[in-house]
Write a protein that binds this ligand. Structure first.
Ligand SMILES: Cc1ncc(COP(=O)(O)O)c(C=O)c1O
Length: 405
């Protein structure tokens, strides 16, 4: 066997779970992202989507994407620093800055790029990064690229953050980075307290609002707006891959910071601009969010209703304060069993296991969209209860598949 093939020959977990018929990943969707999708030719209820406002099939967004393709073609064909900067990108940046309430913004190829480009550009070798221990993978990767001194504070724990800040040299540049809405468990960062500490210890704050944008705050302006702390939050990062129904990411901040990022963030200047259709889609999405504020209301109504139904069925859903509702399962294998069985029962939810969550704290990530109906939520919760019963009964009768997983 050649060296590369040899190296990964014992990575057999996926095959193992496929053989057992409980491999839940890379499900093939034969339809667009909506409250119902087609998997294996069958209609399945989708409760795993990040399209919280249900905009991926909105006629105005689709029309904007089509028009952009007609006018500009399919790709930006280069870095925006050089040949790939379209007037659409510039228009989008102005709109994003206005939307979140900051003087300037810049667009990256994805939200992941926004974090891995921005964090190392803002904090260097002699600086300090303080991140929540449950930060999204892109924040962790960005921190690794920064070569700064990295400290992880306990999840949403201000005592832990303050203890670290107290030890720092007051003159050292310190950047605190936190998710606004945590992507797996749907809880919200105490941004007000983080900013209080940042002011006390002279630190800057960067907010990853991938999941907050579109749903939190007045008009969906995000978690900083929810706390009334837009000015005090130094950098706001967002993505187009959730509520904004496309692909791409951005950061918004003061003019000088954005100007610096536009000329130094390597993930921005050494990567191509987003395709015209994506830029046009997001411009249209920002308009639709303004024109149809009832979507935000609907996603919250659905969230409250789903949480009530899940609690009535005895599901433990943690501290979620958003349309992301974690259903605690515990073991990885049980989570795979539940997710696979649920799909067979016509409901898709996301299985989330270590390292995305702590060991033995695997969850089913159940997420709501504005466009779900009450009947769809009822059906999903009913099937969750049915599948839990089946999985538990089977487990009582025969031992768990393989303890090592
Ligand atoms: C908190 C958070 N930050 C960043 C990202 C990356 O966003 P994108 O999908 O645009 O790369 C995600 C996506 O999962 C996320 O959940």
């Amino acid at each position: 066997m050649k060296t590369l093939q040899q190296r990964f020959s014992d990575f057999t977990q996926p095959q193992f779970f496929k053989e057992k018929g409980i491999y839940p990943f890379y499900q093939v969707l034969q339809s667009g992202q909506d409250t119902e999708v087609i998997i294996n030719g069958r209609k399945i209820l989708m409760f795993g989507s990040n399209s919280y406002l249900g905009l991926t099939n909105h006629p105005k967004l689709k029309e904007a994407a089509r028009k952009a393709i007609d006018k500009y073609g399919t790709g930006a064909s280069g870095s925006r620093l050089m040949n790939g900067n379209l007037d659409l990108h510039e228009e989008l940046e102005l709109k994003l800055a206005e939307f979140v309430g900051k003087p300037a913004a810049t667009v990256f190829s994805t939200g992941f790029h926004a974090n891995i480009g921005t964090i190392p550009a803002l904090a260097g070798r002699n600086d300090v990064l303080l991140i929540d221990e449950k930060s999204h993978a892109s924040i962790i990767e960005g921190s690794r690229l920064a070569f700064s001194k990295l400290f992880k504070f306990k999840h949403n724990n201000m005592e832990s953050l303050e203890k670290i800040l107290q030890r720092m040299d007051p003159d050292q540049f310190k950047l605190i980075v936190t998710d606004g809405v945590f992507s797996m468990e749907g809880d919200v960062a105490p941004l007000d307290k983080i900013i209080e500490l940042a002011e006390k210890y002279n630190a800057a704050v960067m907010l990853d609002d991938a999941h907050g944008m579109g749903i939190m705050g007045e008009g969906g302006k995000g978690t900083a707006s929810h706390f009334g702390l837009t000015d005090e939050t130094d950098v706001i990062m967002g993505t187009f891959s959730k509520s904004l129904a496309s692909i791409g990411g951005f950061v918004a901040s003061d003019f000088n910071t954005i100007n610096y990022l536009k000329h130094t963030a390597r993930a921005l200047i050494f990567s191509a601009g987003i395709p015209p259709a994506s830029a046009a889609t997001v411009i249209a999405a920002l308009d639709v969010i303004k024109e149809e504020p009832e979507r935000i209301e609907r996603v919250w109504t659905n969230t409250r209703y789903a949480k009530k139904c899940l609690a009535e069925e005895g599901f433990e859903t943690g501290n979620s304060a958003s349309p992301i509702v974690p259903i605690f399962v515990g073991e990885n294998v049980k989570t795979y069993e539940m997710a696979s069985l649920l799909t067979k029962h016509g409901v898709y939810v996301n299985p989330v296991v270590h390292p995305a969550v702590e060991k033995d704290k695997a969850i089913l990530r159940f997420s709501l969209m504005a466009t779900h109906t009450k009947e769809q939520i009822d059906r999903a919760v009913e099937q969750l209860a049915v599948c839990r019963k089946i999985v538990e009964n089977v487990r009582i009768k025969k031992p768990v598949l393989d303890e090592k997983y």
